[in-house]
Design a protein around this ligand. Structure first.
Ligand code: ADE
Length: 258
C-alpha cells in the first residue's frame, strides 16, 4: 500500500512514522509512506499556500492551485489504477474501525491535511473522494488526524499483524475487548481471575466472551445494538444482565447495613 500525506507541516508527521509499528511496517515493505510538502507545489517567491476568504471574514483559506497540482502529480506518478483522495476535516464522516478496514483494502491513499480556517471549496467538490473526521472536536489541522488514520489502517494490512491480534481486539467484532492479565498472579492483593490460571481453554474462551459482552453492555451499549450476536452470545448477555442485577442487590444490602 502507498500512503501520501499532503501537509504544510511535514515535521508534525515525521515522528509518528519513525517509531514502533509503523516503522516496522515501512521497513518490512507493507507500506510506503510519503510526506508531501504542499509548498513544493507553489510558484511564487514566498511559497504562498493560503489567501484571504472572498466575501471577507477572518482567517485564511488554503488555495486550490497547489492542492490540485499536488494531487494531480501524485496520481500521475502512481503505479496503481485507483487513488483514493481523502480530506481530513471535522466536517467529514466520523472515522471508525469499519472505515479503517475499508481503507486497508485500498492500494493508494492520498491524505490531505486541512489547515487554518478552511480550504477552498473547489478542492472538496472536484478533487476529494471522501472527507473524514476523527471525532467531534476541532484540531488546528489535519496532521494528527492523518497520523491516527494511518496507524489504524496500517496495522490491518493483510499479513502484517498476526491475524488473531487484529481480529480479537476491541471493535473488530463490534464488541470491546475482554480484560488482560499477566504475571504476577497476585499483585498488591489483587488476584488474577482463577479461570485464567486453570488451563481449561474452553472455560477461558467462555469467560473472555462474557467479559467482552459485559464490558460492551456497561460501557458502550450502542455497539451492542449494531452487533450481530450469535444465539450463544445472546444467552450470555441475558446471564450478564442477571449477574449485574444480583451484584446491585448485594451492593444495596451492604450499603443499608452500614
Ligand atoms: N481537522 C481539524 N479537526 C479535525 C478532526 N476532528 N478530524 C479530522 N481532521 C480535522
Amino acid at each position: 500500500m502507498k500512503i501520501d500525506l499532503i501537509t504544510i507541516f511535514p515535521g508534525i508527521l515525521e515522528g509518528p512514522f519513525k517509531e514502533s509499528m509503523i516503522k516496522r511496517a515501512i521497513d518490512q515493505g507493507f507500506v510506503d509512506i510519503n510526506l508531501i510538502d504542499l509548498r513544493k507545489y507553489t510558484h511564487d517567491l514566498h511559497n504562498k499556500v493560503d489567501d484571504t476568504p472572498y466575501g471577507g471574514g477572518c482567517g485564511m483559506v488554503l488555495k486550490p492551485e497547489p492542492l490540485f497540482e499536488a494531487v494531480e502529480d501524485l496520481k500521475k506518478k502512481s503505479t496503481y489504477d485507483q487513488v483514493r483522495v481523502i480530506l481530513l476535516t471535522p466536517q467529514g464522516q466520523v472515522f471508525n474501525q469499519q472505515k479503517a478496514c475499508q481503507l486497508a483494502g485500498q492500494s493508494h491513499l492520498v491524505l490531505i491535511c486541512g489547515r487554518y480556517e478552511g480550504i477552498d471549496e473547489r478542492v472538496r467538490t472536484a478533487l476529494v473522494d471522501e472527507e473524514i473526521s476523527i471525532g467531534d472536536f476541532v484540531l488546528t489541522g489535519g496532521e494528527l488526524a492523518a497520523a491516527i488514520i494511518v496507524e489504524a489502517v496500517v496495522r490491518l494490512l493483510p499479513g502484517f499483524l498476526e491475524e488473531e491480534a487484529s481480529t480479537d481486539e476491541s471493535f473488530s467484532g463490534s464488541l470491546l475487548e475482554y480484560p488482560h492479565y499477566t504475571r504476577p498472579a497476585v499483585f498488591r492483593g489483587m488476584a488474577v481471575p482463577p479461570v485464567l490460571l486453570s488451563g481449561n481453554h474452553g472455560e477461558i474462551a467462555r469467560w473472555r466472551k462474557k467479559q467482552s459482552l459485559r464490558r460492551t453492555y456497561e460501557r458502550r451499549p450502542d455497539l451492542l445494538q449494531q452487533a450481530d450476536l450469535l444465539p450463544k452470545e445472546k444467552v450470555y448477555l441475558e446471564e450478564i444482565k442477571e449477574e449485574i442485577k444480583e451484584e446491585n442487590k448485594e451492593e444495596n444490602k451492604k450499603q443499608q447495613s452500614i
